[in-house]
Design a binder for this molecule. Structure first.
Ligand SMILES: *Cc1c(COP(=O)(O)O)cnc(C)c1O
Length: 395
């Protein structure tokens, strides 16, 4: 398909125009229906056009869309209360995307460094992980040590170091008196669906506490129920000092957020940070509606229960096609199949699309399956059936 002549070319030509969505299905202009296991990259958490979500967004759009943060926004306060109830005592700040959430978290880490040393620009290093992805802004890119992200845009924002995920010794060496925060994804998404192990998170928590560095978790992709827990770190028992959220939070409407524990939450004071759009009445209503649906329909339980059978069926594919699939990893409705040979993830993504199943490729030759949290056993089984066909034809 030809690119429109007036769009920048930072994305390649699309395979089709998407014009409508319903539940786990996305439709193109000709009415062709795709089983959408990309969910707009882990965004449409309650499925496309969920009637209750649509109603809430329509009602809010007709009442008040935007007013700026110069005025109180009751729905925003309600949303913050809910996130605090989930994450623990602290405060929430809203923005519009994952990269913006991470940008605010990096600024917060610098304020923490200033607070404990009494001096600016003395203790500001952020230790992130190799193979991470934290977004496309200068803060996010700086924390994303990959040539394909950073290439052409140097000099990068300074003040980042990188440890090896799930290797506590490598972080132990890096977290010294110059470090303000450790910043990692609980489950690496773009990098290839690599979970931080519970024991690693626990050791990292102890290390950060001992050295007075904040532990910040990027849950932009794995958070809001996708892992089978509200936050993916909950399973480890670890309590982070701050959390970044975005993708699934708004159920399809752009919204990002950070939760920060007390006393770090006091670091942002009037004037420290701001946003014109963040947490608008419309965005907050959309996110509250998404969280209502997640609660009412017990979608986190849905993910936790259904993913057991789904993972078993995917694991059977791993065993059936050893020449194409090296393994499966991830959690809940955030699963990756590691393929071979190099580049096979792109080939499988295209072949699956031909059979009306949408996937998202990720780093390390992975195909990612990210269904809506509403996906039922039948829809999950359908994804496995289509993949089975795709792998058979390419075997
Ligand atoms: C997608 C993603 C981001 C960036 O979010 P945007 O909304 O695209 O800015 C940051 N961190 C993680 C873990 C992500 O998956």
């Amino acid at each position: 398909m030809e690119h429109y002549k007036t769009l920048m070319k930072n994305y390649g030509p699309p395979a089709f125009n998407a014009v409508r969505g319903e539940g786990v299905y996305l439709y193109d202009e000709s009415g062709k229906r795709y089983l959408d296991f990309g969910s707009g990259i882990a965004v449409t958490s309650v499925g496309h056009s969920h009637p209750k979500w649509v109603q809430a967004v329509q009602d809010q759009a007709a009442t008040l869309t935007h007013c700026s943060n110069l005025y109180g926004i009751p729905d925003q306060q309600k949303l913050a209360d809910r996130l605090v109830a989930q994450a623990g005592p602290g405060r929430v700040l809203f923005c519009n995307s994952g990269a913006e959430a991470n940008e605010a978290l990096i600024k917060l880490a610098r304020l923490h460094g200033k607070h404990i040393t009494g001096e600016e620009a003395k203790r500001y290093t952020v230790v992130a992980a190799n193979n991470a992805f934290h977004g496309r802004t200068f803060g996010g890119m700086g924390a994303t040590p990959q040539e394909k992200i950073q290439g052409g845009f140097r000099p990068m924002l300074e003040g980042f170091k990188f440890g090896e995920l799930n290797n506590i010794e490598s972080f132990d060496k890096l977290v010294d008196e110059t470090v303000a925060a450790v910043f990692i994804e609980t489950i690496q998404g773009e990098g290839g669906l690599i979970p931080a192990e519970d024991s690693f998170l626990q050791e990292l928590r102890a290390l950060c506490t001992e050295r007075n560095a904040m532990l910040i978790l990027d849950e932009v992709q794995c958070g809001i129920g996708r892992s089978g827990h509200f936050f993916a770190f909950e399973k480890s028992g670890v309590k982070p000092d701050a959390i970044g959220m975005a993708k699934g939070l708004g159920g399809g409407f752009p919204i990002g957020a950070i939760w920060v524990s007390e006393p770090y939450a006091e670091l942002f004071q009037p004037g420290s940070h701001g946003t014109t759009f963040g947490g608008s009445p419309l965005a907050s209503a959309a996110a509250n509606a998404a969280l209502d649906i997640i609660d009412d329909e017990q979608l986190i339980e849905n993910v936790a229960v259904n993913s057991v059978r789904w993972h078993k069926a995917l694991q059977a594919l791993v065993e059936k096609y050893p020449d194409q699939i090296l393994g499966m990893r991830g959690a809940g409705y955030m699963v990756g199949l590691v393929l071979k040979p190099e580049g096979h993830n792109l080939k499988i993504t295209a072949a699956a699309r031909e059979k009306q199943l949408l996937l998202v490729p990720a780093g390390q030759n992975v195909i990612r399956l990210l269904p809506a949290l509403t996906a039922n056993l039948k829809e999950l089984a359908e994804s496995v059936r289509i993949l089975d066909e795709v792998f058979t034809e390419l075997n």
